[in-house]
Design a protein around this ligand. Structure first.
Ligand code: AFP
Length: 359
């Protein structure tokens, strides 16, 4: 038997999945370009301290967060790999306030690419897993895109995914036909399909949330988490486990592998920010991946993919994961909003002015 027969590479998979897409292979081409960028970022992050890329870039992004050298290098890698081929009309990145235009030397294509080049980068020098998150939307005109063109709800994504740079580098993506995982064979340089048709179990006993923020959460989130913590002694009747890596891609990847819930809810810690994570390039692509794996993705008060974006860098509360747990979290929000959750009812959290909706 031939050594590599039976292996499905990313290119082969995309050709098969997108053969009826009617776009002449353009979406497959863009995803292959994205995978090339991911390999470049994997090589840079994989060198660790030996790569000479640790430390700050001496600047802050639009969110006021310190940009790491690796944030900037990952950002450049994606631009370099994806802007040249006549496939994208424009791009938007966590690291740039405005949409990125395609240089005049290159043709514009039909897609908008939105990405977080290095999620969890504050962890990178601790050698904790980090990731890249991306979302592909259609651009409906010939003109160079402006911010308004990107502000499409997540249901309009035509592809999305993430890469995780862990002990192994994996690319997990969806084109709306299930969620599939590929592992980078470093020697050969190919992504190989290792996790076809990932499914998130509807029930689970594991949750992930930064509990140091507990006093800032809304009552429905406090209720959900306290019930998990009560475990077998409380109304859930079974013990729960808690995990928090502080690198969303790694936390979400665990959920795709073995179920669970990931939450970054709105809180009063920074009253002007309705959540920590960004809708367009963090929450929406992960929501698409999670839904396509049979899980659910919510703001706590509605389906993530139906949120109409108002700004490129808009923040949003998130709850991803096992469907029955997310339904419970939504029910607790609804009961709180309807005033029927008496033990958790607090006038403080009823004050909607605490949560202005700016990004
Ligand atoms: P960085 O990219 O700045 O490291 O932020 C990562 C992140 O947005 C997300 O990946 C984590 O879930 C979250 O921050 C962790 O936040 P805490 O600092 O509250 O743990």
């Amino acid at each position: 038997m031939r050594m590599y027969s039976g292996r499905t590479t990313l290119s082969k998979f995309l050709i098969e999945q997108l053969n009826d897409a009617g776009d002449g292979g353009q979406l497959a081409g863009l995803l292959v370009d994205m995978a090339a960028a991911v390999k470049t970022i994997a090589a840079m992050t994989g060198k660790g301290a030996l790569g000479g890329h640790y430390g700050g870039a001496g600047a802050a992004n639009i969110h006021g967060e310190e940009q790491k050298k690796l944030d900037m290098l990952a950002d450049e890698a994606i631009m370099d790999h994806c802007e040249w081929g006549g496939l994208v009309a424009g791009m938007a990145s966590e690291e740039h306030e405005e949409p990125l235009q395609i240089p005049p030397d290159f043709q514009r294509g039909p897609y908008l690419l939105v990405f977080d080049p290095l999620d969890g980068s504050s962890n990178v020098e601790m050698n904790v897993s980090v990731g890249t998150i991306f979302s592909v939307l259609r651009h409906g005109s010939e003109a160079a895109p402006i911010e308004r063109d990107f502000l499409q709800p997540g249901v309009r994504q035509i592809a999305a995914g993430y890469a995780i740079y862990g002990p192994a580098t994996m690319l997990v993506l969806t084109v709306g036909k299930g969620t599939h995982g590929f592992t980078l064979d470093r020697e050969i340089g190919n992504f190989v399909l290792t996790h076809p048709e990932i499914r998130i179990a509807p029930d689970s006993s594991e949750f992930g949330i930064n509990t140091s923020n507990e006093r800032f959460w809304e009552p429905p989130v406090q209720r959900y988490v306290s019930e998990c913590q009560a475990g077998a002694t409380g109304i859930r009747g079974r013990d729960f486990n808690m995990r928090w890596i502080a690198s969303m891609v790694a936390d979400v990847h665990r959920i795709l592998m073995r179920g669970g819930v990931f939450m970054y809810p709105r809180d009063t810690k920074f009253p002007g920010k309705p959540g920590r994570l960004r809708l367009m390039y963090e929450a929406n692509p992960i929501a698409f991946v999670v839904e396509q794996a049979g899980g659910a993705a919510s703001t706590g008060r509605g389906r993530m993919l139906e949120v109409q974006p108002e700004a490129l860098h808009q923040r949003v509360p998130v709850a991803f994961g096992s469907r029955h747990e997310i339904e419970r979290i939504e029910r607790y929000h609804a009961e709180y909003d309807g005033g029927t959750d008496k033990p958790y009812h607090s006038p403080l959290f009823k004050e909607r002015s605490l949560y202005r909706t700016e990004s």
